[in-house]
Ligand binder design. Structure first.
Ligand SMILES: [Zn+2]
Length: 100
């Protein structure tokens, strides 16, 4: 005699089909700060530029450098905040450069 272990039939509402992901983590990114006065108060970002460039920053590989311009609200110094992003190749949308 074999004791069958029955698979539980779905009970009530669960997570939607196909999403085997756990809820997202929160990761804190420290605010950039002014080199002149040390303030973190800044204007809104503007003039964002992106550069595909591979390298390593603080021991972490990156694939893109994103630069955003801003201005220190306290001393008025302009600065460019650099963000080093390590993006997946797989998620990259295909850019079709009119071929044909
Ligand atoms: Zn400043």
């Amino acid at each position: 005699m074999a004791t069958k272990t029955k698979q539980p039939i779905r009970k009530g509402p669960g997570r939607p089909k196909g999403s085997g992901q756990s809820p997202p983590d929160f990761v804190n990114v420290e605010p950039s700060r002014c080199k002149r006065c040390g303030s973190t108060r800044r204007s809104d970002y503007y003039g964002k530029t992106e550069q595909a460039h591979r390298g390593e920053y603080n021991g972490r590989p990156y694939t893109h450098i994103v630069r955003r311009r801003t201005k220190c609200v306290d001393c008025g110094q302009l600065r460019i905040d650099r963000f080093y992003e390590n993006r997946s190749d797989r998620d990259r949308p295909r850019v079709s450069v009119s071929s044909g």
